[in-house]
Design a protein around this ligand. Sequence first.
Ligand code: PGA
Length: 259
Amino acid sequence: MRKPIIAGNWKCHLTLQEASALIAGLKDSCDTDAVEVVVCPPFTALATAAQSLKGSRIRLGAQDVFWEPHGAFTGEISPTMLVDVGCRYVVVGHSERRTHFGESDQSVQRKLLAALKYALVPIVCIGETLAERDANLTFNVLTRQLEGALGTLSTDEVRRLILAYEPVWAIGTGRNASPGQAQEAHAFIRKWLATRWGLEAGDAVRIQYGGSVNAANAAGLLQQPDVDGALVGGASLSAEAFAAIVRAAVEAPSKAITR
Ligand code: PGA
């Protein structure tokens, strides 16, 4: 079985006080064994969040990471620092980092390798823009991003990561991919993984969908056979909405590994 994973990407939001309040709400509503629940606060709130999460099964992740463990890299946060503060996951290659901060497939690969080296679970984001989708380039873009980020990994490394298919046109727009569009992309990604690292590895990797997931559309998306969870932005800032998405994952049919 691929255990569903719902992760909240808080982006550049929430003070320490707000973060603690949100986590208190999530502890009441999202503390479950059936789903891996992860919150990714901004760097400034990680230590507070780690404290607030004590005694719950909700796990901590960061939104980005640098690839060196330490050194003269002003402004960067290293994988060892994230481990030290209590993170187990890290988002890598989010489209906002690619678009606004010049993240390339090559830097995504370096970050991903660093995360794996220091035993963080990387959540690697890929996805096409609307222009690319309209030009029928979705699969070409996904292939390029997958190849660029994952190309050199061993089978063991691939099995440890999580992919997030996040079409850029769906992020923060209120326009989610339809369940059919998400399933089509996820099936393509899984097939690509299987062709590269074998059927077993392809079956084992969890692929989240991200882009305007909310309480109303989560169930339809999570019912798709290759959609193993969600990376949630806006709706993760409300305990109520996030809890509804976690519940949809609990209720979705389990994702059996068929082969
Ligand atoms: P959204 O963001 O849910 O607000 O669309 C998703 C993401 O950026 O991970």
